[in-house]
Design a protein around this ligand. Structure first.
Ligand code: NDP
Length: 314
């Protein structure tokens, strides 16, 4: 039952529009993360309006940025704006680079106790010597909308309901949008971080995908990619997945984002060449990135409902 509810929340039940799509006939359909994220945000907005009407208060997300990493400032700004657009209250905390762990932990304790804060997000990476494991473990797991607390990671491992990390959730939502059945597909996930690769493996397993995980010590990456129906790189190595490695009709979800010397953004996949062979492919930018933010909003709504004893409507 929980599994079925999860499928619905990822959109598998609403993908009939693609029922007759033949991946061996068509090539290079773009999975438009911006458009799909927009529809998720619209659904969240409607539910947030309903929540506010019922409880007299919108769901709230606290964001914590420590230090002055330029990319992190952009990411956190995007998340805070996205909250406001759907009516989620955003509480932004900016702490200086030299913040001692005790001060960060005191803030987390305060936010854990606040009823108007339903979700808490600590922007990574943290400046050394702060340990993100230590700060994450201090979060109330019921407010851990990034899904990185040990308890939520354990729940994912066990296939139990909990908060799942936003980027892997976004990947699953993009896969749902293809309308292709996932059970029995062969996936290769390239990258094994706690933020992306590892949680994604378990989400794919929940949907009966056969998963291979590659990393920097994999000896035949090209061979692994050639055998895969679903190719999901998350390495941060621009263009390393070559177009000729992609099996005809495969689906390619490119998680990687790197800034090139000319200031442009690039994914892990050689997009123009891969597009000639893939049935579905995500662009960078405009693929997984917007989905990550949309899933954060969805997780915050879920947290607000669960803290009221409700099942999340999305
Ligand atoms: P990490 O650096 O934590 O992990 C990178 C992974 O890639 C590691 O497991 C590493 O292997 C593997 N890897 C690196 N080089 C190679 C290689 N040559 N061949 C095979 N595997 C390799 O990164 P994250 O998981 O945090 O992020 C990965 C990418 O995704 C980054 O570009 C990041 O910007 C992007 N990202 C995008 C998000 C979005 O919303 N679109 C959100 C989060 C991340 P090993 O373990 O052996 O070192």
């Amino acid at each position: 039952m929980a599994r079925l509810a999860q499928d619905r929340s990822l959109g598998f039940a609403s993908a009939q529009g693609f029922a007759y799509f033949d991946p061996y006939m068509a090539r290079g359909a773009i999975l438009d993360g911006r458009a799909i994220a927009r529809s998720v945000r619209q659904a969240v907005k409607e539910e947030v309006d309903g929540f506010r009407a019922q409880y007299g208060r919108a769901p709230g997300l606290a964001t914590i940025l420590i230090g002055d990493n330029a990319a992190s400032r952009v990411y956190i700004g995007t998340k805070e704006r996205a909250c406001r657009k759907v009516g989620i209250q955003s509480f932004g905390y900016r702490l200086p680079e030299a913040t001692p762990a005790s001060k960060a932990l005191a803030l987390i304790t305060e936010l854990n106790a606040r009823p108007d804060v339903n979700g808490i997000l600590i922007q990574l990476p943290l400046p050394p010597p702060l340990s993100h494991e230590r700060l994450n473990e201090a979060l109330d797991p019921n407010k851990d909308v990034d899904g990185l607390h040990l308890l939520n990671q354990g729940r994912l491992l066990r296939g139990e309901d909990g908060f799942r990390p936003c980027t892997p959730l976004g990947v699953m939502r993009l896969l749902a949008h293809t309308g292709l059945p996932l059970a029995g597909q062969k996936a290769v996930v390239i990258g094994r971080s706690h933020l992306v690769g590892r949680p994604l493996i378990f989400l794919l397993l929940e949907h009966h995908v056969t998963v291979t995980c590659c990393h920097s010590r994999t000896t035949d990456l090209a061979g692994e990619v050639r055998r895969a129906d679903l190719v999901i790189p998350a390495t941060g190595q621009p263009g390393m997945i070559r177009g000729e490695w992609i099996k005809d009709g495969a689906t390619v979800i490119d998680v990687g984002i790197s800034r090139l010397a000319d200031g442009s953004l690039a994914g892990d996949v050689d997009f123009p060449a891969a597009k000639e062979r893939a049935a579905f492919i995500t662009p960078v930018p405009g693929g997984v990135g917007p989905m990550t933010v949309a899933m954060l909003l969805k997780n915050t709504l879920k947290a607000a409902h669960q803290q009221r004893g409700n099942v999340s409507p999305l």
